[in-house]
Design a protein around this ligand. Structure first.
Ligand code: NI
Length: 175
């Protein structure tokens, strides 16, 4: 496996709509999935989408925050050609970061409950529901496949800052 370089804010691939994967079992795709998992784990990220490693494929990996606190012992969530849908109108605002925008955090509104469907890494259909933090990660990663970075989702630009300063901002934003 290989650690992959991560595209940084400003690289045009991050703004492209990624292409569906027709042949999940191709060696190239299987190797990409393994390398993305290794890269996510190495960087300490909670999710990574293919466009972030310069590959225009509809694919992302994520830590299994739907499986409780001890999610690091589980194989990551892998989905190809995902489709996400909100399960309710409930929206929650919370801070997010992105490996393509290092050091920064922004407060982003996301649906609290969603359904997902797509393919697993063997090409079999998968579907399920996600809530809370895991639902947030899936929406963030899925946005990457449509060329959307989290700043584009911000409702208030004063809710963005460096991670090292966010504790102050969080206090400042308390009602
Ligand atoms: Ni990201």
């Amino acid at each position: 496996m290989t650690l992959l370089k991560i595209a940084q804010l400003g690289h045009p691939i991050l703004l492209q709509v990624a292409l569906p994967i027709d042949h999940p079992l191709d060696d190239d795709i299987q190797r990409l999935i393994d390398d993305m998992i290794e890269t996510m784990n190495d960087t300490g990220g909670v999710g990574l989408a293919a466009p972030q490693v310069y590959r225009s494929h509809r694919l992302f990996v994520a830590k299994r925050f739907d499986q409780g606190e001890d999610n690091d012992s589980l194989p990551p969530f892998v989905i190809l050609n995902p489709v996400l849908r909100p399960l309710s109108d409930t929206i929650d605002d919370a801070f997010e970061g992105c490996l393509s925008i290092p050091g920064l955090r922004g407060k982003i509104p996301r649906n609290t409950e969603i359904t997902y469907s797509g393919l697993d890494r063997e090409g079999y259909p998968i579907e399920g529901q996600a809530t809370g933090y895991f639902a947030r990660i899936l929406q963030h990663e899925n946005d990457h496949l449509d060329g959307i970075l989290y700043p584009a989702r911000m409702r208030d630009w004063s809710h963005m800052g460096f991670a090292t300063e966010i504790t102050h901002l969080s206090k400042h934003l308390q009602p």
